[in-house]
Ligand binder design. Structure first.
Ligand code: HJL
Ligand code: ZN
Length: 176
């Protein structure tokens, strides 16, 4: 957990931090370089960070965020909702994926899975809002339905403007 000197409404500041994370991702033609973080805005605490291929295997940035936080609490990723503070939001430089060429579980499903958990008082847990830097480019799966699918399930998706060019440059580096 890291408490930063950013206001909880400094969305561009958190997106910039996610972009910095993305630059740690290896350069490969087979996916984008994405950075992501989980924030508890009630305390301004970054709960977890991730970038594409940070964890072993074919791992996405959002997936790494969730899996690392779960592991820090000795839980499998499927149970991460149990340790998410109620207001937790996700920042990701690229819209979460709804489909992966590899057939691995898309990040949208991982996010929605956190919403299916129930707290001890029967309250709904999980990620209720996702801040996104850019829509996924059409390179791999054409039109990504990530945003639509999240919104259909009641997760708010907010586009953070102003870093699109830099995000895409980092995301696509290694594609040629
Ligand atoms: C997001 C990531 C990442 C992608 N998108 N939001 N975060 N790599 O960390 C989306 C792209 C998939 C391809 C290939 N990339 O990654 O559509 O091999 O990377 O499962 O569809 O699929 P795999
Ligand atoms: Zn993904």
């Amino acid at each position: 957990m890291v408490k930063l000197d950013l206001a909880s409404n400094d969305h561009q500041g958190y997106m910039r931090l996610a972009l910095t994370l993305a630059t740690s991702s290896p350069l490969l033609p087979t996916n984008f370089r994405v950075g992501a973080l989980l924030l508890d805005p009630s305390t301004n605490t970054v709960l977890s960070t991730g970038y594409t291929l940070e964890l072993p295997g074919n791992t996405h940035a959002e997936q790494c965020c969730l899996a690392k936080l779960a592991a820090a609490h000795n839980l499998p990723e499927e149970r991460v909702a149990e340790v998410l503070p109620p207001e937790t939001v996700l920042y990701t430089t690229v819209e979460p994926c709804a489909e992966r060429l590899s057939g691995n579980l898309p990040c949208v499903e991982r996010i929605l899975r956190t919403r299916r958990a129930e707290g001890e008082q029967g309250q709904r847990l999980g990620i209720k809002r996702v801040y996104v830097g850019v829509k996924e480019p059409q390179t791999f799966v054409g039109e990504n339905k990530g945003r639509t699918r999240l919104e259909a399930e009641g997760v708010e998706v907010v586009l953070v403007e102003g870093l699109e060019e830099e995000i895409l440059k980092v995301a696509k580096a290694g594609h040629e």
